[in-house]
Design a protein around this ligand. Structure first.
Ligand code: NAD
Ligand code: WQD
Length: 340
């Protein structure tokens, strides 16, 4: 029997890639999004690429009545919860907006799920919950809590809310997926990351330099205790990440409880290595200038992904070259994102 999955935030970057992988794995989908950080063109292309019609509900996760209508209309088996605001800097300026959207929104969603008897959820958490780790690679049992911004705290609080919910009701099946740094795009070049305004994240910034939309990359800090002095992160291809969600939902069928998995590759690359790899993949120069450290940044962060490998049978298989090539294909085919 095919399962029907509700994907909140399914029009966004990771959600759109997840839609394709869930459809390929034989799931039926319903997508809910308020389009505050995405374009419906993305969903149109997902439908085109997959050949599936995907019911879409334009609504906010804080709108309980809309959620109740959705759960009454569709027999949902599980929810993949991507919907949320994710800009770290903006969360420092507008903490109430982040707490309301991410935390209050998630609570409203979980209440509607509980009322509808839908008690399986996969939540988009983040490596940001680990703060500045005492060592790398980071395992799931490392301490959490030393988050440095409201965005990170919103993720941590939602994780805790879900933990309390599972403790109160043993029927809940919950996966907390802690993503490292998602990059890349679908092989078709039809969907990818389309940040509004100036990108905060490294990969979209680099690709906009390569395509000529920006003059050079600012490298935030070259005096970190890392091999070349620039920050090191665990970049993971968004399609590998999406596949991790399919594995997580399948694993949750085995039984109730809260499960936590890191989704990363287990290897880190520096900012300068990323710029060089992108030059190679695109054949375009990526000039950069060293600037001061960015507030709140840590020196290095990469996952120990072995728990997901053992328990889910999941492992990231797409390397740095493929991450850069796929980002470049998306960027060069859509120089202005979905507005091209
Ligand atoms: P995104 O902004 O592209 O996608 C999020 C989607 O959620 C957007 O389509 C947006 O319109 C929608 N949305 C936001 N608030 C909503 C609300 N109140 N009601 C309904 N829809 C709403 O971001 P993404 O990169 O695809 O991230 C997806 C999830 O993964 C987010 O929860 C994010 O915090 C988390 N995450 C992202 C990263 C990353 O670097 N991209 C890393 C770790 C975790
Ligand atoms: C990567 C590296 C920067 C831009 C953030 C969030 C995290 C998660 C993923 C959602 C760092 C350097 C960047 C630039 C640069 N999001 N950099 N010049 O900071 O690891 O993680 O996104 O959950 O919560 O904090 O990712 O891509 O912003 O930065 O030098 O223009 O690139 O200093 O070393 P980060 P990032």
């Amino acid at each position: 029997m095919k399962q029907t999955i509700l994907i909140t935030g399914g029009v966004g970057y990771i959600g759109s890639h997840a839609c394709l992988e869930f459809l390929a794995a034989g799931f039926r989908l319903v997508v809910l999004d308020n389009l505050c950080n995405s374009s419906l063109e993305s969903l149109r292309r997902v439908k085109e690429l997959s050949g599936h019609n995907i019911p879409f509900v334009e609504a906010d996760i804080r709108d309980r009545a809309a959620l109740d209508r959705l759960f009454a209309e569709y027999a949902i088996d599980a929810v993949i919860h991507f919907a949320g605001l994710k800009a770290v800097g903006e969360s420092v300026e507008k903490p109430l907006r982040y707490y309301d959207n991410n935390i209050a929104g998630s609570i409203t969603l979980f209440e509607a799920m509980q009322a509808a008897g839908v008690k399986t959820v996969v939540f988009s958490s983040s490596a940001t919950v680990y703060g500045d780790p005492a060592s790398v690679p980071i395992r799931e049992d490392f301490p959490v809590g030393a988050t440095t911004n409201p965005y990170g705290r919103s993720k941590l609080i939602i994780e805790q809310v879900l933990g309390d919910l599972a403790a109160s009701d043993p029927e809940w099946r919950i996966a907390l997926l802690r993503y490292f740094n998602p990059v890349g795009a679908h092989k078709s070049g039809r969907i990818g990351e389309d940040p509004r305004g100036t990108p905060n994240n490294l990969m979209p910034y680099i690709s906009q330099v390569a395509v000529g939309r920006r003059e050079y990359l600012n490298v935030w800090g070259n005096d970190y205790p890392t091999p070349d002095g620039t920050g090191v992160r665990d970049y993971i291809h968004v399609v590998d990440l999406a596949l991790g969600h399919v594995k997580a939902v399948e694993k949750l069928r085995e039984g109730p409880g809260v499960r936590i998995w890191n989704l990363g590759t287990g290897r880190g690359y520096s900012v300068v290595e990323m710029a060089r790899a992108f030059e190679q993949a695109s054949g375009r120069p990526v000039p950069y200038k060293f600037g001061p450290r960015r507030a709140g940044d840590i020196a290095q962060c990469w996952a120990d992904p072995s728990l997901a490998e053992h328990e889910l049978g999941w492992k990231a298989s797409r390397g740095l070259e493929e991450m850069c090539e796929d980002t470049w294909r998306w960027q060069s085919m859509n120089p202005n994102g979905f507005d091209s």
